[in-house]
Design a protein around this ligand. Structure first.
Ligand SMILES: [Zn+2]
Ligand SMILES: [Zn+2]
Length: 359
């Protein structure tokens, strides 16, 4: 099979497609449910990168296929075998692996913009999920300046990362049109910082293709370390604590960036927003650092480290789900030591599974 004619959508634009979306459309092009297509072509490959094998594609970790770890690399390699396409790493965060670290990179729930879905369908004939929608710091649509939608307006359920047998743009549970607006929600105000972040992450997604084509185009850890050192010298005469105050991070943070040559995406955004820089300029070699106007004034408070190990919580929930007797959500939450609301937010699929079992 060489369905290589299937072009990724939105290449070189902020709406560049994600690998999960491409997989769904590739299955659709073969007139196969995604689950059948994935079981046929991915089961073996996924068994090598993820415990639990192909089943996990649909679970909480499915988003990792759009990230920069083994899941993403495995998917890209297998899709390359299937399609012969060389440009699929740009459908993930892989081109930025090295300087960007996986922590806090991917969202923990699938989000979409109904207006974008409508436009895609009208102009391009079908919907796709842009990579930017899976990046955690992107919380609103960069084109429509509206918060993402996370629940189907008809059945109220969150969407799996990969639907078993529906096309992108349709609810995986009830089949409703996800391009329909929720009437009551309207367009709540989006903070300027979120708007700016969405645009900056869109720039990164648009540059993914160029970065993938020539790995030397992307800065190395050493380059990035040098950039931060240069910024500290230039702006605060080498005084790292003055620099940390300037960008609103803890006093040790700039030193950590310099030492490791790596940074989280949310931290890179904060750094750039505070200084009037574009993140993509800091990650691509040929861009050079240009100070522009500082476009946002209100910054979110720095994140607090979560003491909860969510992977561990998920494993414990899997163990609970693997038992024969059903357990209520409240009891399960108590057992893993996490509040019910946090569980609902972070692991919606597991909560849903628990609910189904308890019925
Ligand atoms: Zn939109
Ligand atoms: Zn639905």
């Amino acid at each position: 099979m060489r369905p290589g004619a299937l072009e990724p959508k939105g290449a070189r634009t902020p709406s560049a497609e994600s690998v999960s979306s491409y997989l769904v459309r590739l299955a659709g092009a073969q007139v196969l449910p995604t689950a059948t297509f994935a079981a046929r072509h991915f089961a073996e490959r996924l068994a090598t990168v993820a415990y639990g094998g192909g089943r996990n594609l649909y679970g909480g970790r499915g988003v990792w296929m759009n990230g920069m770890g083994r899941w993403a690399a495995g998917m890209v390699a297998r899709l390359h075998d299937l399609t012969g396409r060389e440009d699929l790493a740009a459908l993930t965060a892989l081109p930025w692996k090295g300087v960007l670290v996986p922590g806090g990179l991917t969202a923990n729930i699938r989000r979409w913009c109904p207006s974008c879905y409508r436009n895609m369908r009208a102009r391009r004939g079908e919907c796709w999920d842009p990579l930017a929608w899976f990046l955690a710091p992107v919380t609103c649509c960069a084109l429509h300046y509206r918060p993402f939608v996370t629940h189907c307006r008809t059945c109220g359920v969150v969407q799996p990362w990969l639907p078993h047998d529906t096309a992108v743009g349709w609810c995986a549970v009830c089949g409703a049109d996800l391009a329909e607006n929720t009437p009551s929600a309207g367009h709540p105000v989006v903070r300027p910082y979120d708007r700016w972040s969405a645009g900056a992450c869109g720039d990164l997604c648009a540059a993914g293709r160029a970065a993938e084509r020539d790995p030397r185009a992307v800065v190395t850890r050493r380059d990035f370390s040098g950039t931060v050192r240069w910024l500290v010298d230039e702006l605060d005469s080498g005084n790292r604590s003055a620099f940390s105050r300037r960008i609103g991070v803890s006093v040790h943070t700039p030193s950590r960036w310099i030492r490791s040559g790596t940074i989280r995406l949310d931290s890179l955004l904060r750094l750039c927003a505070r200084l009037g820089l574009r993140p993509v300029d800091l990650l691509l070699r040929d861009r050079g650092i240009r100070f522009g106007p500082i476009e946002v004034e209100d910054f979110p408070r720095p994140r607090r480290r979560s003491a909860i190990d969510w992977l561990q919580v998920e494993r414990e929930l899997d163990a609970i789900l693997g038992r024969t007797e059903a357990m209520s959500l409240r009891d399960a939450a108590r057992m893993v030591g996490v509040r019910v609301n946090s569980l609902r937010k972070r692991l919606p699929e597991k909560v849903e599974e628990l609910r189904q079992r308890a019925r």
